[in-house]
Design a protein. Structure first.
Length: 367
């Protein structure tokens, strides 16, 4: 595949969230795709809070219409319905326009450039992953976030990105637990942000190697500042780099991120944003017929000398594998070997993080 064609394909993936889908309408330059998956999944762990059914339905609808020979307008929406709760989630909802010469623009609820340009290299595990760099849903425009405006420009093997993060609030708030105990607070104030921006660059070589770099910065909301004992008045900053290799049935990738006042730390009443964070993710996978085994390592360290803080928030090894029965049906298992140590309450450390191993087993039907 020529470099230009590869780059255009990657830039299209950066805009579109679609995986497998069926075209239900395609006429006069207008196309509509509907797809998704039904997933039956169960978590097993010595920690009862981590065990149980995790099944869900995920529905995707994407469409495009051709404006002229060089320009296409598109829209995409994805909705998630879990079976174990009523917390349905609108995961994506955005519209865009793409021109072959001038690039692509999109606006709405979509992944931030930190995720698209870097974290997606290593966020490819059967079940776990994506939590080692500091990227998160509605976390300062790094993951899925409302009100993101993005521009992507491709030239030969280079993809350049720019993002404006609008002032936004969390779509959903989870219960805040410490040591497995519900505090009575909602995490909605921990998410969202004031206005911010992000920049990214990816370069894709012909031999299967790709490089990614991204920078993200956003202000904190009034609630975030009021509820934080430290770091709440400073902008959240995150710089991430990554490399991946994808050829000859082998996939290998590594990513790193450095954050300033970006990662929230909950430690027994002294809560706030650590002045420094260092995140690491690495993965290797090999496709062997219908099998694809996966091995990965994720770690997120936080540090704040003023708070006597120097610890690890996330650290585990993921050992898993897929078995693809056909294009529409597969099964997988993913074992999270947790490397965190328990402090005090069984199954949790002082930050309220689970320290027990967890295994996820799933069947997926794609449509």
């Amino acid at each position: 595949m020529k470099k230009t064609a590869l780059t255009m394909a990657i830039s299209s993936l950066l805009l579109a969230g679609g995986a497998q889908a069926s075209t239900v309408y395609n006429q006069d330059g207008t196309k509509l795709d509907i797809g998704g998956r039904v997933q039956g999944m169960y978590y097993g762990s010595d920690n009862d809070d981590e065990s149980g059914d995790q099944s869900y339905l995920r529905l995707r609808i994407g469409g495009e219409t051709r404006i002229n020979e060089e320009t296409v307008a598109n829209g995409f929406v994805e909705y998630n319905v879990p079976t174990n709760s009523s917390d349905n989630e609108l995961r994506y909802a955005y519209v865009g326009i793409k021109n072959d010469r001038f690039g692509a623009f999109s606006y709405g609820r979509q992944d931030g450039l930190i995720a698209k340009a870097v974290n997606d290299y290593t966020d490819v595990l059967p079940e776990w992953g994506g939590d080692g760099l500091g990227k998160g849903t509605e976390v300062f425009g790094t993951g899925r976030t409302n009100g993101l405006a993005q521009y992507l420009y491709t030239f030969d093997g280079l993809v350049l990105g720019a993002q404006f993060t609008g002032e936004n609030e969390a779509q959903n708030g989870d219960d805040v637990t410490v040591g497995g105990v519900n505090t009575g607070y909602k995490s909605s104030w921990m998410r969202g942000s004031e206005e911010g921006y992000a920049l990214s660059a990816n370069y894709n070589f012909d031999m299967g190697i790709s490089l990614g770099l991204a920078y993200n910065q956003a202000g904190k909301t009034a609630d975030q500042a009021a509820n934080s004992n430290f770091g709440g008045s400073e902008d959240a900053k995150l710089t991430a780099v990554g490399i991946k290799y994808n050829a000859n049935n082998l996939y290998a990738a590594a990513t790193y991120a450095y954050g300033e006042n970006h990662v929230y730390v909950n430690q027994a009443g002294n809560d706030g944003y650590a002045s420094e964070s260092n995140g690491y993710e690495a993965v290797v996978q090999y496709t062997w017929g219908q099998w694809k085994p996966s091995l990965a390592y994720n770690r997120l360290d936080v540090k704040d000398s003023d708070q006597n803080l120097d610890d690890t928030l996330t650290e585990y090894v993921s050992i898993g594998a897929w078995y693809n029965i056909n294009d529409n049906f597969d099964v997988y298992v993913d074992y999270k070997a947790n490397l965190l140590s328990s402090d005090g309450t069984d199954g949790y450390n002082k930050f309220g993080q689970n320290t027990d191993d967890v295994v996820g087993v799933a069947m997926q039907y794609h449509f």
